[in-house]
Design a protein around this ligand. Structure first.
Ligand SMILES: Nc1ncnc2c1ncn2[C@@H]1O[C@H](COP(=O)(O)OP(=O)(O)OP(=O)(O)O)[C@@H](O)[C@H]1O
Length: 148
């Protein structure tokens, strides 16, 4: 089944949004397959965001990501990459719809609370980077109540 990488950024952790965010993914019906709270080093943050290394906001973005602990997660479910991005909302919270995480909890693009993989390919890459040990292997007993 499809998996995505979701990270609650340092502002989300500091603001006490961890439970709220996990709850939204759980209530949707997605399954948690990996979870850890960690503070990453600059070189690791630069690797995670390497595709953005030429952007003018890259140094500030890296400083933001290493400024405190983040919650790294693997979520699994049908269409979880695209649906996860919808749950998160548009990158710039000024354009995020109410009801999305960024629409409900963020104002500035540089403090937008959460990251979600933008494709199945980047999800696999990011899961490999953040969870070299791989996902936790378990099957939710809710499966037949969520899928036909
Ligand atoms: N103009 C900007 N100024 C400051 N930070 C920005 C800007 N644009 C993007 N960012 C930061 O860089 C992150 C990655 O940007 P990207 O364009 O990949 O958006 P995204 O895929 O929606 O975000 P993420 O990868 O964090 O889920 C954004 O989430 C935001 O934290």
């Amino acid at each position: 089944m499809e998996q995505t990488f979701i990270m609650i950024k340092p502002d989300g952790v500091q603001r006490g949004l961890v439970g709220e965010i996990i709850s939204r993914f759980e209530k949707k019906g997605f399954t948690l397959k990996g979870l850890k709270l960690l503070t990453v080093e600059q070189s690791f943050a630069e690797k995670h965001y390497e595709d953005l290394s030429k952007k003018p906001f890259f140094p500030g973005l890296v400083q933001y990501i290493i400024s405190g602990p983040v919650v790294a997660m693997i979520w699994e479910g049908k269409g979880v990459v695209v649906t996860g991005r919808k749950i998160i909302g548009a990158t710039n919270p000024s354009a995020s719809e109410p009801g999305t995480i960024r629409g409900d909890f963020a104002i500035d693009v540089g403090r937008n609370v959460i990251h979600g993989s933008d494709s199945v390919e980047s999800a696999n890459k990011e899961i490999g980077l953040w969870f070299p040990e791989g996902p936790t292997n378990w099957q939710s007993s809710l499966h037949p109540w969520i899928y036909e």
